[in-house]
Design a protein around this ligand. Structure first.
Ligand SMILES: Nc1ncnc2c1ncn2[C@@H]1O[C@H](COP(=O)(O)OP(=O)(O)O)[C@@H](O)[C@H]1O
Ligand SMILES: [Mg+2]
Length: 438
């Protein structure tokens, strides 16, 4: 059954099938099976085995049920016995990007940016605690009154946060953020995030080792874009990636993913993005990719970009290409190495080649809204030349964001770099008449 149908079936079946029923079969199932034997099986085998035993039990002891109802009962019993109970079908649903559990009776999910409440919940607060325990036990942590806040990660990559009473006043709270899906550039083109010519020029710029900053607000698709662009780093290069929470999924063979670590409960043991950037420089990287700069590490990153680690990629939280440069300047000045303002500006001007600005439309769509080449202006102030602009049309009654991408010729510095790297400049970005395209 398709997942959507399964969820629908779940909802309609929910009223008919009380949680007590599921609980009853779950405990019957646990009586019946040999747990030691089960532990030797893979997850898939385990599920198959539990489904079989539950099926036999229900056939032998249960009421006569329609096939769909029976299948549904079996699945719910097995889900609860196996792992994360009501969360399992949500985790299996690729359209769900966030799961928010606010106590046993209130579950919200986010799909395509829209949050809605789920019909149904955990059988009891105890069952929710059991699920939470299973999740955090995977990272050798536990949740109780003495450590009521925990971050963990599911084996499938989802990030999990747990906060329980007495800190939470409405019972245990569980927030699961799905591991973001990795899109290729072609898929992003298909989604309208950019046109094919823009995808081509970005790929060429990455291959030609141009330093690129990806800028945007929260949820505009920065990490997604960073991941898609990283795919164009040639396989022969040694890539070190640095993130607060590993989300990038690079396919190259020679990738070293590093993840920062927050302080422990005594406030010790923190390893910052900055520590990792500095360490990465001693690892002989060909490229350094930083998930997001938020502080003083920005200066280390600029220095790395200026000292032979060309082709570095980084994201920053800002609202326009110009704002991104200002923000980088502010962040770099937060470093404990105090450089004069002019020196930081000079570092930025020589380190950053291109800024890709992302934006989110009223309809939830994400796209490139600006690409600019960064250079050094007359007064030393970093200078920006447009490569791509997006002119949005007024949003109509359908709330759909439409607009026109406008291409501008590559400045000679970048055109020359592409040429030296053996990369062709896509036609729309050649110094020629201005063209327009949807
Ligand atoms: N071009 C796109 N079209 C549709 N969805 C996108 C696009 N880019 C990103 N997304 C989705 O938007 C959400 C946020 O993306 P993410 O890259 O994590 O944003 P950010 O890093 O800016 O916070 C994810 O669910 C991601 O899959
Ligand atoms: Mg991100």
């Amino acid at each position: 059954m398709a997942l959507k149908d399964r969820l629908e079936a779940d909802r309609s079946a929910h009223d008919r099938m009380s949680r007590d029923t599921v609980g009853h079969w779950r405990s019957r199932l646990l009586d019946e099976i040999n747990l030691d034997e089960l532990a030797l099986l893979t997850l898939e085998q385990r599920r198959a085995r539990l489904e079989k035993v539950t099926g036999l039990l229900v056939a032998r002891e249960g009421p006569v049920l329609a096939a769909a109802e029976r299948a549904n009962l079996i699945r719910r019993v097995v889900d609860e016995a196996l792992g994360l109970g009501v969360l399992e079908p949500l985790l299996a649903d690729p359209t769900v990007t966030e799961i928010m559990v606010n106590g046993p009776d209130s579950i919200f999910v986010e799909r395509a940016g829209v949050v809605s409440r789920l019909d149904g919940g955990f059988a009891s607060e105890e069952q929710l605690y059991q699920t939470i325990d299973r999740i955090v036990a995977q990272v050798n942590r536990r949740v109780d009154e003495s450590s009521p806040m925990v971050d963990a990660r599911l084996p499938t990559g989802e990030r999990v946060n747990v906060i329980v009473p007495p800190l939470s006043l409405i019972g245990p709270i569980l927030t699961i953020r799905r591991f973001p899906r990795a899109y290729t550039i072609d898929e992003l083109i298909g989604l309208g995030a950019m046109d094919a010519a823009t995808g081509g020029v970005l790929a060429a710029l990455v291959r030609a080792r141009v330093n690129i900053v990806i800028s945007g607000g929260t949820g505009t698709g920065k990490t997604t874009m960073l991941n898609a662009l990283s795919a164009f780093v040639p396989a022969a290069e040694r890539i070190v990636t640095i993130e607060d929470s590993a989300e990038l999924q690079l396919k190259q063979e020679h990738v070293i993913p590093l993840e920062s670590r927050p302080a422990n409960i005594e406030g010790k043991g923190a390893v910052s993005i900055r520590d990792l950037v500095r360490n990465a420089l001693r690892m002989r990287p060909d490229r350094i990719i930083v998930g997001e700069v938020r502080g003083g590490e920005t200066l280390d990153m600029l220095q790395a970009m200026n000292t032979g680690h060309d082709g570095s990629l980084v994201t920053v939280h800002a609202n326009s290409a110009r704002d991104a440069l200002h923000r980088i300047q502010t962040l770099a000045s937060m470093s404990d190495v105090k450089l004069p303002f002019e020196a930081i500006r000079a570092q930025i001007a020589s380190a950053i080649d291109v800024v890709v600005q992302l934006g989110r439309g009223a309809d939830g769509s994400r796209r490139i809204v600006e690409i600019a080449a960064a250079g050094s202006g007359e007064d030393g102030e970093p200078d920006l030349l447009p490569l791509l602009t997006f002119k949005a049309e007024p949003v109509g009654a359908d709330r759909v964001t439409r607009g026109v991408f406008r291409h501008h010729p590559l400045p000679p510095v970048l055109a020359t770099r592409l040429e030296h790297a053996g990369e062709a400049v896509p036609e729309r970005f050649r110094p020629d008449p201005e063209q327009e395209e949807r």
